[in-house]
Structures are given as structure tokens and as C-alpha cells.
Design a protein around this ligand. Structure first.
Ligand code: PMT
Length: 423
């Protein structure tokens, strides 16, 4: 059980949010000690954190006074969990390399406590391959990401890079606490030996060299499902449209842009045999432009008409494969009205084994951290409450395990499935 949190605060305008975070954490009865970088002290004073946490604030590695109070090794041993919020691009790079020439780096190297990172930075810095590679490395080593949000940044730009709100960070930390009703620390792996394929994110259908038809899917739900399947023991391949998320550790990821590319990637995998489970969570464009202009379409005074043609329905095609090739199929339905009625119609039309329906619209489903699902299958239904997508994915996988075991499909095994590290 997490009781003691070491909060590392880096230099960022988001440092002020860390003060609210301390208040929220201590409000839960947690002990918090704050460790500030020099950069952080340019934004908020140590006195603020000292007053809020009721503990002295540490900042220097080679300060005899601070080391005698609680040295870096003691801090490393004291912490049940290390949370860095805000985590700067510089901090991600230093942690990825394993530098120990400042207090935070030394404590992180010396500690075996789980590491949680809430990055905050300019969106170009966040999207830079160097930052993403550093983050991917840290995640491979077990660090947990509290994804930055999209919005107005301190630099005046709009984009990804705003630190997650303190209330949401608290919610995520609490949700990750081990379930005390299950004292067995060994995680069950009911899907061990099974191969799962997941689609996630949006597709982008090009109109010309610079424009496309797309949608607001962030990939969070599909990526959470890939992680939940992996945690349940499955060998997972994630076929993803363009998103800003790093590939989950231990999951093979294939990146695509267009619906036709996603269709090809999925069908190639399934038709090769050996896929036991298929979850179609991607928001695939139903239509694509008939013609893709080779040059940028110029502005004119007349109205512009686009002719669209239907894309293949990936889920329906997979669900229609003959027994032996057909995996257990889970579909999603994103609806703005008549949720259950529309979803049930989709379940039957696409002939899927389990359908997860969610309401979408402003503040719902797409791009959100939380979601709510109605699960429908041939002779049952289950309402899952509003939960962080990671938890919701676990609940959905639990239901999938029960139903797929009951359906007893003969596995179509084939050993041609290369498992690579998350890309
Ligand atoms: O990515 P997030 O921001 O986390 O948001 C999650 C989500 C809202 C996108 C997700 O929960 C969700 O609802 N995904 C399905 C979105 C969708 O396209 O729904 P649909 O009702 O239009 O499609 C029904 C099903 O058919 C889906 O499983 C879809 O993947 C599949 N489909 C649709 C069209 C097509 N050409 N091929 C398909 O396989």
C-alpha cells in the first residue's frame, strides 16, 4: 500500500500545479516529501511546498545540511512511490540516461519505488523523437506515464504538453493502488498462450498532399486494451492509426494511416492464422475520397464537392472468416444517440461476439481519460461505470476472458507471429 510519496518538481510553469497536488495527496492521508530542482525554485518557492507538506524540502545533492536531515539514499528508501510532476524534457532525458549528478537523478537511481511521470513541456519538445524515445525507454523500465493534455501552453501555442490536472493525477494514483481485497500479489494470466490483435486510434484519409479526413480518436482506449491484454498474459499486436502515444512496452505495434492500410495489416495477420482474439477499437473512417489530388487543392469562390467511397469494414470482414481462422471478435460502437439500440444493431450486423458501446460527443469518449461502456453479447449485457480507460480495459478483458472461454473456439495455431519490442 502506498503511504509515502516523494514528489519531484522540475522547472516549468506547471510547478504551481504541483502545490495543489501536494494538498490533494496530503488530504488523502499520504505523507509527501518534495524535492525541487533549481529550475523549479524559479517558479515556486520551497517555502510553499514546506508549508503544504509539513516537511522540509530537499533540493541539493551535495549540501551537508540537507544530507544530514535525510540523505538521498534515505529518501530513496523512504519513498513508496516517486512522482515527478511536472517532469521536464530535460528531466526525462537525464532519467533515461541514468544521470546521478543532481538530487532527483540520484534518488531515482537509488530507489526501487515505482516511478510516475507527469510531463509538461512545449508540444514540439514533447513530440520530438528524442523525448519520445527517452519516455519509451523509461516506460520499458517500468515507469508510469501520466499523459500530458492538449490545450493552451505557457509559450502561447496550442498543443499537447500541458501537465495533467492534479485531481486527475490523484485519481490515477489511487486507481493504481493494489486491490487490498486480493492479497495475492501474483497476477493471474488467463490469456497466456493466446494471441490478440487490437486496432486503435483514428485513420486519416488523404484529400491532397496536406489535408485529410480524420476524427478525434486519441488511441487511449485501444492502447489501454492492448496493455490489459498483455497484462492478462496474451501476446499482443497493436495496429494503430496516427496518435501521440508511445507504443506500450512488450506489445508489437504496427503504425498505419489510412483505413485501407489498417484493413490490409489486420487481414494479413488474421489470415496467416493463429489470432485468437480481435478487438476493433479504432475509429476507422467509413468513407475515403474517390480522388486524392496530387497538388494542394486551391481555394476558390465556388463551393467544393468531395466524392467519397466506402471503406471496407475491417471488423465485419474478420468476423465473417471461416471457423479456424476467425478469432473471438470484440467490436466497439461509438454513438451519439439511442446507445443500446444502435449498438445492438451493430452487434448483430457485424456478427461480433462482444460489443462495447460508448457515448461520444463533446467531453465524451474521444480523447478523454475516462470512459463508460455498455457491453452486449448474445445473451447478456453489463454496464461498466465511468472509469479511467486503463481500468475500464481491465474490466472489459475480464468479461472477454469469460465469454471467449465459454465460446470454446478451436484455436488455429500457427507459429509465424513475430513478437518485437514496442515500437
Ligand atoms: O481513442 P480514444 O480517444 O480513446 O476514444 C475511444 C473511442 C471512442 C474511439 C472508442 O472507445 C470507440 O468507440 N471506438 C470505435 C469507434 C468507431 O469507429 O465506432 P463505429 O461505431 O463507427 O464502428 C463500429 C465498429 O466497427 C468499431 O469496432 C470499428 O473499429 C469497426 N469498424 C468501423 C468501420 C470500418 N471501416 N471498419 C471497422 O472495423
Amino acid at each position: 500500500m502506498i503511504q509515502r510519496i516523494l514528489l519531484g518538481v522540475n522547472g516549468s510553469i506547471a510547478a504551481y500545479k504541483a502545490a495543489q497536488l501536494v494538498r490533494l495527496l496530503t488530504g488523502q492521508g499520504l505523507e509527501v516529501r518534495v524535492l525541487m530542482s533549481r529550475g523549479a525554485q524559479a517558479f515556486v518557492t520551497p517555502l510553499t511546498f514546506q508549508a503544504l507538506s509539513g516537511q522540509p524540502v530537499a533540493s541539493e545533492l551535495l549540501d551537508a545540511g540537507q544530507e544530514s536531515a535525510m540523505g538521498h539514499i534515505e529518501l530513496a528508501r523512504w519513498a513508496d512511490l516517486i512522482l515527478i510532476a511536472p517532469a521536464s524534457a530535460n528531466s526525462l532525458a537525464r532519467l533515461a540516461v541514468g544521470l546521478a549528478d543532481d538530487l532527483l537523478g540520484a534518488v531515482c537511481l537509488a530507489s526501487r519505488a515505482p516511478l510516475w511521470l507527469a510531463p509538461a513541456m512545449n508540444s514540439a519538445m514533447w513530440q520530438h523523437p528524442a523525448s519520445q524515445a527517452n519516455l519509451a525507454l523509461l516506460q520499458q523500465r517500468g515507469a508510469h506515464l501520466l499523459e500530458p493534455e492538449r490545450g493552451e501552453l505557457a509559450c502561447g501555442e496550442q498543443g499537447d504538453g500541458r501537465m495533467m490536472e492534479p485531481a486527475q493525477i490523484l485519481q490515477r494514483l489511487l486507481a493504481a493502488q493494489p486491490d487490498q481485497s486480493k492479497p495475492d500479489p501474483l497476477r493471474p494470466t488467463p490469456l497466456k498462450g493466446q494471441r490478440a490483435l487490437v486496432t486503435a486510434g483514428p485513420t486519416q484519409e488523404p484529400l491532397d498532399p496536406v489535408r485529410y479526413l480524420g476524427n478525434r480518436s486519441s488511441g487511449k482506449m485501444g492502447y489501454a486494451l492492448a496493455e490489459a491484454l498483455r497484462d492478462a498474459g496474451a501476446e499482443v499486436c497493436l495496429i494503430s492509426g496516427p496518435v501521440a502515444l508511445p507504443g506500450p512496452a512488450g506489445v508489437e505495434r504496427i503504425l498505419v494511416e489510412q483505413a485501407l492500410q489498417m484493413h490490409r495489416a489486420v487481414l494479413d495477420r488474421v489470415q496467416a492464422g493463429g489470432v485468437d482474439l480481435f478487438i476493433a477499437c479504432a475509429a476507422v473512417a467509413d468513407y475515403r475520397p474517390v480522388r486524392v489530388a496530387t497538388e494542394k487543392i486551391k481555394k476558390g469562390s465556388a463551393s467544393l464537392h468531395l466524392e467519397l467511397q466506402p471503406n471496407p469494414d475491417i471488423l465485419a470482414e474478420v468476423a465473417a472468416l471461416p471457423a479456424g481462422l476467425r478469432p473471438f471478435c470484440v467490436g466497439f460502437a461509438a454513438e451519439t444517440q439511442d446507445l443500446e439500440q444502435q449498438a445492438e444493431a451493430k452487434r448483430q450486423a457485424k456478427r461480433v461476439d462482444l460489443l462495447a458501446a460508448n457515448r461520444v460527443g463533446p467531453g465524451l469518449g474521444f480523447g478523454q481519460e475516462d470512459n463508460q461502456l455498455l457491453l452486449l453479447w448474445a445473451d447478456g449485457r453489463l454496464e461498466l461505470p465511468l472509469l479511467p480507460k486503463r481500468q475500464l480495459a481491465q474490466r472489459l478483458v475480464e468479461q472477454l476472458v469469460k465469454l471467449s472461454a465459454a465460446s470454446c473456439q478451436p484455436p488455429a495455431k500457427n507459429s509465424s507471429w513475430p513478437l518485437k519490442a514496442g515500437s
